[in-house]
Every structure is written in C-alpha cells, then in structure tokens.
Design a protein around this ligand. Structure first.
Ligand SMILES: [Fe+2]
Ligand SMILES: [Fe+2]
Length: 309
C-alpha cells in the first residue's frame, strides 16, 4: 500500500478533551445467570446480538491487527497514542466477549459453528484483502459500532428490561468505549489514505457482514436451540417482533438509524459530526461511579497509554 501521507489531514480525535482509558474487566460470567432473551424479551433479536458477540471478536481482532500495522505510518504523535488506546480497548472487548461466548455455548447456542464460520470469513476472506482495504474495512466496522453505541446510549431502558446484570454491564461497557474511540479508526484512514471510493468499499463490506448476521441468526436458532419453535405460533410472533426491533423504521436498531448509517457516504463525513459527548459524560458518571457505578464491581484496573514520541 501507499504508506506516505498524501495530503494534510487534521485528525479530530486528537482534539477531544477526554481520555480513552484501557479498562480491564472481570465479569465472571455464569451460565445460570445468562438471559437468552436479554434484548427486549425477544428470542430472535437476542440471538442476533449473541451471534454479533461472536462475530465481533473476529472483527475486533481484525481492527487490532490493522491498527497495529498502520500505527507505524501515522505521523501525528497524539493520534498514534489514541491508536494504542483503541488497540487496548478492543483487545479487552474481544477477550471479554470470548468469555461471554464460552458461557453462551452452554446455552445450546451454536458458538462452535459460528466461530467456525467467522474464522472462514475472516481468515480466508478479510485477512487476504490488501492492507489499504483492511484499513477501510476497519473504519467501516468502527462506523457500525459507533452507530450501535449511539442507538444504545439513546435507548438506555433496553438494558433494564432484563435482570441479567452482567450482560447489561458487558454491553454498556462496550457501548461506552465504542463511543469513546469512534473517531480514531476513521482519522487513521483519512490520514493515511483519504480515498473516498476505497472508504465506500469498506463500508459496503462491513454493512453486508453485519446485516448478513440477521438471517444467519434467524435460521440457526430454532434449529439448534429449540427445533419445536418452527411450529410454534409464539415463536413466529417473536420473529416478527424481533425483526421490527432490528430493522423497523420506528425503533429498530438499524431501521431507525439508517440516516446515521448512510451519513458515512457523505464525502466530508466525520464520526464526530454525531456528537455524543453529553451521553458519554452521563454514562461515565453512571457506570463508573466509585460507589454506585454498574461497572465498578467488574473493573479490575485501568490505565491511559502515555504519549509516544
Ligand atoms: Fe469493540
Ligand atoms: Fe471499536
């Protein structure tokens, strides 16, 4: 790939007035506590997020490898430091979701099958792409996680519809950090490439992967987990409700955020155009308060990567 900076780009992520600490967590997930209908008391939409939890670990590993490779070409020392923080945050997301996924496997969820499928897609597909395309895919993946994070931050009630506190903590911690670092991958892409057509190709690939998971989850769940679902009217009602929760224009995760998703196609788009600073402040206080924070019992240590020369 072309490693030289071909234009002067001023990264916006370096102008933030908050840090991105790498927070080490220990959730000690327990299969007895896991709620399979965590997402809005649905089977299918919850299964979608369970499938996403598995595929995300592969996406995060790709983000880590791609960010690590391209960090050496980043000129701006502050952006370089933020790339280190991004790598650290994603590494712990991947680790914690893998622990969560191991517990999912005990709930008759096809974790082994999904890991096998994801491994094929990533090892034989995405990891064979050129470095510049992987850089674009990284920015595309991070766009989708930023959209998801913003949706969740605006729908806090969703997290409290279930009693499963650890799952709540896992997703809310992930939401917080995806929003904290949402500008970084984009800024690296713009500093090192800035090629609009290339950015669009990564966006389409990321979109396809994320949407493709809906039918994957829809087809595998009733077969693997509860075959009798296929003849249960209750389940088909759940399918309709789940699809509305995921894709419906009013409140669906993707249906109601389509404008935000497609905003990425604007030539002068920047993740910070969607300002989440006030939400971040609210959730940091709520989740990390030393006495009452939801994440406090699970947070083992945190540190902020130092400036690199
Ligand atoms: Fe992540
Ligand atoms: Fe991320």
């Amino acid at each position: 790939m072309t490693t030289a900076t071909i234009h002067q780009y001023v990264p916006k992520s370096t102008q933030k007035n908050y840090e991105m600490p790498i927070r080490h967590m220990d959730f000690k997930f327990d299969p007895r506590e896991l709620d399979d209908t965590f997402f809005r008391n649905t089977e299918l939409a919850s299964a979608y997020f369970e499938a996403l939890s598995i595929f995300l670990t592969f996406g995060e590993d790709l983000v880590i490898d791609t960010a690590r490779y391209h960090r050496q070409f980043v000129k701006d020392p502050e952006l370089k430091r933020l790339v280190t923080a991004l790598i650290g945050q994603e590494a712990i997301h991947s680790k914690m979701h893998n622990e969560f996924n191991d517990v999912l496997a005990k709930h008759r969820f096809p974790v082994g099958l999904y890991r096998f499928l994801a491994d094929k897609v990533f090892e034989h597909g995405f990891k064979k792409l050129s470095n510049r395309m992987q850089l674009s895919l990284m920015a595309g993946i991070e766009h989708f996680t930023a959209v998801l994070a913003e949706y969740m931050m605006k729908h806090e009630d969703i997290f409290y519809e279930s009693m499963d506190e650890k799952q709540r903590a896992l997703w809310m911690w992930h939401m917080l950090e995806e929003s904290e670092h949402k500008d970084v991958a984009y800024d690296v892409f713009q500093e090192l490439s800035g090629d609009y057509a290339l950015r669009m190709r990564g966006f389409v690939l990321a979109a396809f992967t994320i949407v493709f998971l809906i039918p994957v989850a829809a087809s595998v769940i009733p077969v693997m987990r509860k075959p009798r679902n296929l003849i249960s009217p209750r389940y088909w009602k759940d399918v309709r409700r789940s699809l509305a929760m995921l894709a419906g224009p009013k409140e669906g995760v993707y249906g109601s955020t389509i404008k935000h998703i497609l905003d990425y196609t604007r030539r002068d788009f920047h993740p910070s155009d969607h300002d989440t600073t006030a939400y971040l402040e609210y959730y940091k206080e709520k989740l990390l308060h030393p006495k009452t924070g939801l994440l406090t019992p699970y947070l083992t240590k945190e540190f902020v990567p130092g400036k690199r020369a």
